[in-house]
Write a protein that binds this ligand. Sequence first.
Ligand code: TYD
Ligand code: MG
Length: 455
Amino acid sequence: MARPKILHSCIECGATSPKWQGQCPGCGQWNTLVETVAEPAAAANRFVSLAGDEGAARIVTLASVEAREETRTPTGIDELDRVLGGGIVRGGVVLLGGDPGIGKSTLLMQAGARLAAVGQVLYVSGEESAQQIALRAQRLQVDAERLQLLTEIRLESVLARLAEAKPLLAVIDSIQTLYSDALTSAPGSVAQVRECAAQLTRYAKQSGTAIVLVGHVTKEGALAGPRVLEHIVDTVLYFEGDTHSSYRLVRAIKNRFGAANELGVFGMTERGLKAIGNPSALFLAGHAKPVAGTAVLATLEGTRPLLIELQALVDTAYGAMPRRVSVGLENNRLALLLAVLHRHAGIATGDQEVYVNAVGGMRVSEPAADLPVLLAIASSLRNRPLPAGLIAFGEVGLAGEVRPVQRGQDRLREAAKLGFSRAVVPKANLAKPAVPGIEVVGVERLEDALEVAWR
Ligand code: TYD
Ligand code: MG
């Protein structure tokens, strides 16, 4: 069989060139040309041909389309089902990204073994030998009887086996080890990763097999890694959390079949990943006595309220440029908040170094963290702990106003459930029917919040 024609196309602008060049002839960007398979002319000209359009799509009205729920199969691992939006979807393609060694293979083996009880599951591994995988299955004590295994890295062979087996779910571990005969680039290159993912996606849509692609995040966190695939697949999940601690977070970055930003929490144990049902307890440091420089935030992760301890350390600076360092929170936001703290509450930190940290390797990006961050900073600066049992949330604006955040009621309920007795929140978030078990104080200005928090 003749090799398909190869082109080099720009990943930025789409311009093509028959030969590889350092600079794109279309947009002038450097190093953006990657190998791609040229589409046959017939397919490319499909839209201009007037004759013979049988098989082409017809225009329909939206009302005439039957809105069917996707058929979902739950994996039985609650925290994974939560991020998937209920389970795997027929023909759906999921990308599971994360650092090497964080637990991607472990999670998929556990989920695969469970799903194998209801349908055929094929685990395609290009990374590990069959022996290594068998060893892991033994360690995880999963039912190895039903799980089918294929160690293969050639895409065409994988597709042929899939077409024979027609599984319910196929796991590709990992997309970076696959290569297609059509391209000459090495496995793991942008060209190969894109081509293999595109072919597998096409197969999933045609056959109804759900596919999970494992993608390693490269050191730069971007290319040849999962990022180039995000637009091709239906669902993008990323493993977060550091490999030094035992728990792992799986976050849905994109989900065509469910809510994005949903979070699943797992603990890595001797026998694989265990779902953690009450994750708030993880992100609270649990001090025996209140300590200065900490405040508890009630945040939302997807649809789930979560309590996280925020810590601040304010200390005399000796250099000309005091450092502002934040771990798990946005650095620019910290600089902005310190300016608001100075201007509107009269608390100066210009000669101080300020460090803030979200406990447990958690990343918080929502502005609701503003108020507790500032409370923690003020607490550290004054060396006065906040009263025990206090939580806070609220966005702080440049004018010093405390603005409402979404779903305050749910946040308060989670706090009350975990035994917190007092909350400082934006006035606009004051719960209409009061949440039992927690005293809620509404504030309009940052100055007020800094006062009532210690009362
Ligand atoms: P793995 O799933 O192989 O990571 P990835 O596929 O993301 O590269 O997980 C590897 C790590 O998990 C490894 O450091 C060992 C640890 N681990 C456990 O702690 N318990 C277990 O039961 C298993 C299978 C792995
Ligand atoms: Mg692995």
